[in-house]
Write a protein that binds this ligand. Sequence first.
Ligand code: ASP
Length: 335
Amino acid sequence: MYNRRKFIKITAAGASLAALTRSAVAKSIVPVDDTKYPIVISTWDFGVPANKEAWTILGKGGRALDAVEAGVKIPEADMNNHTVGRAGYPDRDGHVSLDACIMDENGNCGSVAAIEYIAHPISVARAVMEKTPHVMLVGEGATQFAVEQGFKKEKLLTPESEKAWKEWLKTAQYSPVVNIENQQHVPGSKYNHDTIGMLAIDAKGNISGACTTSGMAFKMRGRVGDSPIIGAGLYVDNEVGGATSTGVGEEVIRNVGSFLVVELMRQGLSPEDACKEAVNRIIKKKPETAKKIQVGFLAINKKGEYGAYAIQSGFSFAVCNTQQQDLIVKGKSAM
Ligand code: ASP
């Protein structure tokens, strides 16, 4: 599946190849490691199958934008994933409302927030980017636009999600659980949140990103988190790199998290150090809140170097490149 391409570079300046002896040629051959491109990374363990899908495009030399859209559609369609897409848990009134955004190498971006009845918000976000003069559509207007564009309107609330919501209504306590993605199938783990944020660099070196979520389970009707907000849940600058986030979106919005991470990388910080600084700002402003919540950032720079950092331990991300398809990395954390 992978094309591990090695290019041969002759560095013996001015020397004619024909004039070199066999051993001299051997010494002058410098393998150029281009294994950093293409690459796709994404948040949480559920990023592994999403990355694999993205790779079906990236591995053939396809565009990063196409790859990230296709990749995040995997968790969006997963009926066992209650934090992203069609099987996402509803808000406290029983409505499944989804958030997503996408950004390409030219700084184009599109977003939908609080969209209902549409299983693939990421593709609607892309349509907003490509077919409207706007960046963001919300609520009924977003759904209306999606239907006009030919997206299927369907009931998203699954029997399992409805059961979880009715169970939640018994106490109606809103308390997000840290790192819930690893507990989705654990009975009693009802208060879910988590997002897939994906960043890819294609063979041409162009960067794109996508971010999609059902947000905080049992959120207030109309609540929108960081995930569909360009600069908060996702940001890409083709000269520098890209960043995305997961966790309690309110804190990410307050710090314009993903934009901050990209700007810190522009100033020379590594992806991990940039994510760490963004996390530390959240902690510094609200140390008590930070103890109880999770926020994680994931970033990649133009060189294909990647890194992550989270408030709490347990944040993982998935990496897929020419060397490995299903690497899961445990991100470092402040606590
Ligand atoms: N960031 C998402 C939101 O606040 C949820 C998450 O990633 O955990 O909607």
